[in-house]
Design a protein around this ligand. Structure first.
Ligand SMILES: NC(=O)c1ccc[n+]([C@@H]2O[C@H](COP(=O)([O-])OP(=O)(O)OC[C@H]3O[C@@H](n4cnc5c(N)ncnc54)[C@H](O)[C@@H]3O)[C@@H](O)[C@H]2O)c1
Length: 368
């Protein structure tokens, strides 16, 4: 495709357009999972909405650890003057941890942020449906899985909507709002209203693998990882996109997301589009070694694991930039052709608000 085809499309659609049904008022919230994302979501809901929030996990230790870290976070914010004196304790009072899903009975809405595995998420949503209020909104924070597959088989699939936040939750303002064919207008309207109350920007995205931000980022990672798997010097390959002034290099970003989480996303996209999203031996090796990323704290490739080529060859950064740019242009055009979003501006908005791309988003990057 030509870059112009992608950048010429003009109008834009946001989740605040065209939602006639009146939104449901949410006064109590439930969050399932006490991991990286769930802890940030609990803090956001309690701080922004000032409503009771219940957090649950299968692991009591994880619940206790998450509640402790949230209290510390609130106290730090108060010490720094971001919260008024006494506010940290007030917000902490709103947060309750449990391992018993039945404690969600009074929740008007709940979000799951458990492992990125369809089977686990379906089980959690089935349990949630039984325990929350009969008309509660059911949200999933999945990064890449089919929301319709999660909703199918529930007693009330019309209550489910994808509500995909980005890490760090307090900083990145995007929510990808994923409608399924089952979702009622009232569900979608309530989710859109909730996003606004949280101070976030929701963009409607089709229920398609990886949605927008992760599909673009994962295509970028695949191109970079292929160069490394073929023996390219990892440091040189990783720094080849520096002129684009992205917030992080690709390998640093994989470390930040978490190599295992990113591999789950890669697997989902590989299953959907095997020709464009190849598997990576080096990413597999990083995950198998259980290390937090490709580089250690000194920015060096960890010597112990034979993860990356032992005698890497030099690379031409211009060629790698051309390769990545062509791949992203192709992916963006396919997303528009498939109707994943309505317009190229939607993709730009997702990439700036959800991945901190420089102003102008993907379009500007493709034009450089
Ligand atoms: N990591 C990111 O940057 C990021 C960004 C956006 C969305 N997400 C998505 O958010 C979700 C959570 O990701 P994470 O990085 O917080 O994972 P995580 O591994 O840090 O946390 C997952 C938590 O889920 C709990 N859990 C597993 N099965 C459970 C069950 N049946 N009931 C209750 N709790 C259960 C685990 O004990 C764990 O505490 C995933 O769907 C992921 O794709 C992650």
């Amino acid at each position: 495709m030509s870059h112009n085809t992608f950048s010429n499309i003009a109008s834009t659609t946001s989740a605040t357009d065209g939602c006639p049904a009146s939104p449901k008022r949410i006064e109590t919230f439930g969050v399932v999972g006490a991991g990286l994302m769930a802890s940030q979501l609990v803090l956001l809901f309690a701080e922004r909405l000032r409503i009771p929030v219940t957090l649950s996990d299968i692991s009591a230790d994880r619940v206790a650890g998450a509640v402790k870290r949230m209290r510390e976070n609130l106290n730090r914010q108060e010490t720094k003057g971001r919260l008024q004196p006494g506010e940290a304790a007030e917000i902490a009072e709103l947060i309750r941890g449990t391992t018993d899903p039945a404690e969600f009975s009074s929740c008007d809405a709940a979000i799951e942020a458990v492992f990125e595995e369809l089977k686990v998420k379906r089980t959690v949503l089935r349990q949630l449906e039984e325990s929350v209020a009969p008309d509660a909104l059911l949200l999933t924070n999945t990064s890449s899985l089919s929301v319709a597959s999660m909703a199918r088989g529930l007693k009330h699939p019309e209550r489910v909507v994808g509500f995909h936040f980005f890490n760090p939750v307090a900083v990145l303002p995007l929510i990808e709002l994923i409608r399924t064919p089952f979702a009622s207008e009232s569900t979608v309207s309530s989710a859109s209203d909730l996003a606004t109350r949280l101070g976030k920007t929701a963009v409607y995205v089709a229920d398609s693998p990886g949605f927008v931000v992760n599909r673009i980022l994962t295509r970028l990672f695949c191109e970079i990882l292929t160069e490394i798997d073929k023996g390219g010097d990892p440091v040189a390959v990783d720094s080849s996109l520096a002129p684009w002034r992205l917030p992080m290099t690709p390998l640093d970003l994989i470390g930040y997301i978490g190599p295992a989480v990113q591999r789950h996303i890669c697997d989902t996209l590989h299953r959907a589009y095997p020709d464009r999203f190849g598997r990576s031996a080096s990413l597999d090796a990083v995950v198998a070694a259980g290390i937090p990323g490709f580089f250690n704290a000194r920015g060096e490739v960890p010597p112990a694991a034979r993860i990356l080529p032992s005698e890497p060859h030099g690379v031409d950064p211009n060629r790698i930039r051309r390769r990545v740019r062509d791949a992203l242009a192709e992916e963006a055009q396919l997303m528009l052709d498939e109707g994943v979003v309505a317009t190229s501006e939607d993709i730009d908005r997702c990439m700036t608000l959800g991945a901190n791309f420089p102003a102008g988003g993907l379009t500007r990057l493709l034009m450089t």
